[in-house]
Design a protein around this ligand. Structure first.
Ligand code: ZN
Length: 497
């Protein structure tokens, strides 16, 4: 390690260590903290995040980075550390401090207004705050990408290295393939049993933990707790925290919540030991992360093989289900319906919910759509893609928290993650043909080890496109995702394909 690189490395490790402190404060906020702690926790979080900002902004960090970049490049990890540091530095340097704090203030305010507007199901209450948010985000994008596509700047906050054009070409292909399939499946419909009775939480907790353990999540290096909104928080590869939530009325929600978050958690536990302590010791991008959670939740967890193993477990834990066969469970967990709410959508229609949001964000940015016309545009797209119109704004344009908090450009990463999950799945199956048999016997150790070798170990050393190309030999490609959807749902609905 050269002297200038060593200095950069030390600075980045200090930043990563503070990030873990911040992560623990947030985890504790969501899982343990009494509500009386909110004000002092807010102060603590603000202090840590301003200390983190100070480490990577300032002229001294710029000089440190220049010196490290002037040296002969070291190995690939060092090159990735320099790239990551440069990107962070530019992001922090280009956006004026006044705009950063205005955005943070407005996000807090707009979140509160959104909560009220959603409760009253009245978009007009939220509209001025939303317009202000788009205006501030536009100024942020202009600062970040003065000559470039403004949507690129939004997207790349979550998906570094991906352009709007690349995202649009993937999502256009997904929509073209999915829309006619969704229409035929909805028109034809298929029988799925209604799940009887209630599902005691203690049993759900036991089964959720078992599913996570069988996936290969290491409880010596992680935990599973309860939170109002499930998430995964990594404090390093040796301490990865999952959360889920339970409802006695919902037989599958906590199981799939656990598997989803454990998909994220396995990614974090699998990052290379050589990256530990650096900012690269985490998932590469939002889409890469979502590819892992969706792969385990949907492709593994909603398969016939999985339900061969899990049906007896459900029979034992919930005796009222004893009349149901593995095929009944398979159909129940894959039931398709036209529904208004994205987070409750099934695997098949989910992509269309996300594409609708991506299109509206781009129309708003381009001035093709005014915020005042958003509810109408939203409902028209719902009618067009799923054949339904939300009965009110709460179940339409006001349902997601993202825009209120300034998370614009985030939605496409969900759909691209789904696309990547099937591309990785096909490549893993080709390399390890025994995976599907393993799922019937519990877990999928060959799938996990393939993912660790080809995705997890690399941490944040590459973009999604680079990691996918190295793992599968191809650019990000919607074909495997569309093949999987067509095969699975045409068969379930009895369509000839
Ligand atoms: Zn997720």
């Amino acid at each position: 390690m050269t002297p200038a690189y060593r200095a950069l490395d030390e600075r980045l490790r200090a930043f990563a260590a503070l990030g873990k402190a911040e992560g623990l404060l947030s985890w504790d906020h969501a899982v343990m903290m009494p509500s009386g702690g909110a004000a002092s926790r807010g102060e603590a979080c603000a202090a840590v995040s301003s200390a983190m900002h100070a480490l990577l902004s300032g002229a001294d960090f710029g000089r440190l980075l220049d010196a490290a970049e002037a040296e002969t490049p070291g190995d690939e990890t060092q090159a990735a550390m320099r790239r990551w540091a440069r990107r962070e530095f530019e992001r922090r340097r280009r956006v004026p401090a006044a705009l950063v704090s205005e955005l943070a203030r407005h996000a807090a305010l707009s979140h509160e207004i959104w909560v009220e507007a959603r409760a009253k199901s009245d978009f007009s209450l939220f509209r001025p705050a939303l317009e202000r948010m788009f205006e501030l985000k536009r100024r942020q994008a202009e600062a970040l990408a003065p000559a470039g596509d403004l949507y690129d700047a939004w997207l790349q906050e979550f998906e570094p290295g991906m352009t709007t054009g690349e995202a649009a070409s993937v999502l256009d292909a997904v929509r073209a393939g999915l829309a006619p399939l969704v229409k035929s499946v909805l028109a034809r419909g298929f029988e799925a049993p209604v799940m009887p009775g209630v599902y005691p939480i203690e049993q759900q907790r036991r089964l959720g933990e078992l599913a996570v353990r069988e996936m290969g999540f290491d409880f010596e290096r992680g935990r599973l707790d309860t939170a109002a909104h499930p998430f995964c928080c990594s404090l390093g590869r040796g301490d990865v925290r999952l959360t889920t939530r339970y409802s006695e009325q919902l037989p599958f929600s906590s199981l799939y919540g656990c598997m989803h978050e454990a998909g994220h958690g396995l990614y974090e536990q699998g990052t290379g030991e050589d990256l530990e302590g650096t900012p690269l010791a985490t998932g590469a991008t939002m889409a890469m992360h979502e590819s892992q959670s969706r792969l385990w939740e949907n492709v593994v967890g909603r398969s016939r093989g999985f339900w061969k193993r899990w049906t007896p477990r459900y029979h034992e834990a919930f005796p009222q289900t004893r009349g149901l066969t593995p095929e009944d469970f398979y159909r129940a967990v894959n039931h398709v319906s036209a529904s208004c709410i994205r987070v409750e959508a099934d695997e098949l229609t989910y992509g269309l919910h996300v594409i609708l949001r991506f299109e509206l964000e781009r129309d708003l940015l381009a001035g093709r759509l005014r915020a005042a016309d958003l509810p109408e545009a939203w409902n028209a797209k719902m009618k067009d893609s799923l054949g339904i119109v939300p009965p009110d704004d709460a179940r339409g344009v006001l349902q997601d928290v993202h825009w209120a908090e300034g998370l614009i450009g985030y939605f496409p990463t969900y759909a691209i993650g789904n696309v990547i999950s099937l591309q990785l799945w096909e490549a893993a199956l080709a390399a390890k043909p025994g995976i599907e048999g393993e799922i019937e016997n519990g877990g999928a150790p060959s799938l996990l080890s393939w993912l660790v070798d080809n995705v997890h170990r690399r941490g944040r050393t590459g973009t999604a496109a680079e990691i996918v190309a190295a793992a599968t030999g191809r650019a990000i490609d919607p074909a495997p995702y569309l093949r999987y959807m067509t095969r699975k749902y045409a068969e379930l609905a009895g369509l000839s394909s």
